[in-house]
Design a protein around this ligand. Structure first.
Ligand code: AMP
Length: 302
């Protein structure tokens, strides 16, 4: 089963306490597509500028990602610059240059309109809606967003929330979106706005999944060296949705396993800058870490 991804393709400049990377491959659609590609076929809908290096396209093609919906427009690729302090949970955004995204009108290639799984990765909510309108009968639609859009495009975002099944956001975004500091109450409000399932990513502390009748708590993987948290959230979403698209198991148990696969992919992503770690994984490594996650939170009752 395949998944359609729309989101940003970026040249990121990132600074963490452990190093720096200038104009490297990034973007919400890239991290989520490469992550999902370990589980299922991926179709990418996005835009790049004429400055986008061929080697990045080769990386995506290597992962068998379908680039039929990747437009090449005149102008510069989207650029984002951010800096993390010792608390790696939230970057300070230094610069967001939308560039080719300003004029972008996503066009889903005809055969991809039948995709059953859709991920509206972090991007302008209006573009998320444009993609959704072109899909014929998706079985599961998930979305992400960030403070940038919550502040600037709230109305569009509310329309997105009405239409999606799953929302995958981080803790700060859940608080900002709901206007509620307590996460359980924040979750209730967000579920009230449309989706059946909400996943709140909590960085090194793991993730919480809420539905109307259950809460699941996944641990964070205790990593000794974290180099760059950029893309962890998108890699999480890619693993989560890739696993669901692969198994088509949308039961509560299936969703719980998907949260762990998402956490596995996020934990690999932060071990290096850009996609350096994520791009060279093997499936046995993914499975081994999945089993470690199981041991991590397991305890025997008396
Ligand atoms: P995360 O998984 O939340 O760390 O997402 C990081 C990615 O989001 C980076 O690679 C950025 O290129 C991308 N990004 C940053 N700001 C925006 C924005 N306003 N819209 C879309 N993508 C963004």
């Amino acid at each position: 089963m395949s998944i359609l991804m729309v989101g940003s393709v970026a040249m990121d400049s990132v600074e963490t306490p452990f190093g720096k990377a200038e104009a490297v491959l990034g973007g919400s659609a890239i991290y989520s597509s490469v992550s999902a590609s370990y589980f299922t076929e991926v179709q990418l809908v996005a835009v790049v500028g004429t400055d986008f290096p061929e080697e990045h396209l080769a990386l995506l093609a290597d992962r068998q990602i379908d680039l039929g919906g990747l437009e090449r427009a005149p102008g510069q690729t989207f650029r984002w610059a951010g800096r993390y302090g010792f608390d790696l949970s939230e970057p300070e955004t230094l610069e967001t240059r939308l560039n080719v995204f300003e004029q972008f009108r996503p066009k889903v290639p005809e055969p991809s309109r039948d995709a059953e799984f859709v991920f509206l990765a972090n991007i302008d909510p209006e573009l998320q809606l444009t993609v959704l309108r072109q899909m014929r009968h998706p079985r599961l639609v998930a979305c992400d967003t960030m403070n940038f859009w919550i502040e600037r495009k709230r109305e569009g975002l509310e329309r997105v929330l009405e239409k999606v099944d799953v929302v995958i956001i981080n803790e700060a975004e859940a608080r900002q979106l709901s206007g509620e500091p307590n996460l359980v109450r924040a979750a209730r409000r967000i579920l009230g706005a449309g989706p059946d399932t909400l996943v709140i990513k909590r960085g090194e502390y793991g993730a919480l999944m809420f539905s109307n009748d259950s809460i699941f708590s996944a641990p964070g993987y205790p990593l000794e060296s974290i180099f760059d948290p950029t893309g962890a959230g998108d890699a999480f979403a890619g693993g989560f949705l890739g696993y669901l698209a692969n198994t088509r198991d949308l039961t509560d148990e299936g969703l719980r396993r998907a949260v762990i696969f998402g956490s596995v992919m996020a934990s690999f992503t932060v071990e290096d800058f850009s996609l350096n770690r994520l791009r060279q994984l093997t499936y046995p490594e993914i499975e081994a870490r999945y089993k470690e996650f199981k041991r991590l939170a397991h305890f025997e009752d008396i």
